[in-house]
Design a protein around this ligand. Structure first.
Ligand SMILES: Nc1ncnc2c1ncn2[C@@H]1O[C@H](COP(=O)(O)OP(=O)(O)OP(=O)(O)O)[C@@H](O)[C@H]1O
Ligand SMILES: [Mg+2]
Length: 185
């Protein structure tokens, strides 16, 4: 098993970047449909998603389905000490480009993560054992460790999934993983 995180990041980022944009869009739509069918989606009161960076799975397609069900939709903003905070994203709310080039919601009334929140988690590599590797900031590890939530579901293209990832002590496991082909966990 390859346990070198920087190497795994490089390999899987290349694989993801090789997917043509049209494929990514089709697969992202399939992933959103699967997410919207999860029991934890229908039970949720809030859905925390993210704006895709580069070739990431685009989960923004889940927002309309959530709003139809009266589920609040939140997007993260990055704060010092690698803290994520989520703010509402509703039609008409203009996003702002962060220093990292990511679209973020304006600071408003913070949506606190709680037992009714479904968190959709991005990443570069995902294991069927529900561990993941992200860009290396520990943002989601810290966020999941510090909050309670209904479910934390990874969104991945099939090409990003490997059998098992060896976690480090601080790595937080997901509760589920959705790809265009499968729902795991
Ligand atoms: N709960 C935590 N409190 C403080 N530091 C943490 C916590 N969780 C992780 N870290 C730190 O974050 C750093 C990056 O972790 P890691 O390489 O696992 O990032 P990642 O999972 O790829 O990133 P991300 O969660 O942003 O997608 C590590 O140095 C680790 O010590
Ligand atoms: Mg980690």
């Amino acid at each position: 098993m390859v346990t070198d995180k920087p190497l795994l990041r490089k390999i899987y980022l290349n694989l993801r970047d090789e997917l043509p944009a049209v494929e990514r869009a089709e697969r992202s739509a399939a992933i959103c449909s699967r997410i919207a069918e999860l029991p934890c989606f229908t039970q949720a009161k809030a859905l925390f998603i993210y704006m895709p960076m580069g070739s990431e799975v685009d989960v923004t397609g889940c927002a309309a389905a959530a709003r139809e069900r009266g589920i609040l939709v939140g997007l993260p903003r990055v704060f010092p000490k690698r803290v994520l905070r989520f703010y509402p994203w509703e039609p008409g709310i203009a996003l702002e480009k962060s220093a990292f080039g990511v679209w973020e919601p304006p600071i408003g009334k913070e949506l606190r993560c709680g037992e009714n929140t479904l968190v959709i988690v991005p990443g570069l590599v995902f294991g069927r054992n529900l561990y993941r590797i992200g860009y290396g900031g520990g943002y989601y590890d810290r966020f999941l460790a510090g909050n309670s939530y209904l479910a934390a579901v990874g969104a991945a293209f099939g090409a990003q999934v490997t059998d098992s990832l060896e976690p480090e002590s601080y790595d937080q496991p997901l509760t589920g993983l959705v790809t265009e082909h499968d729902t795991i966990g």
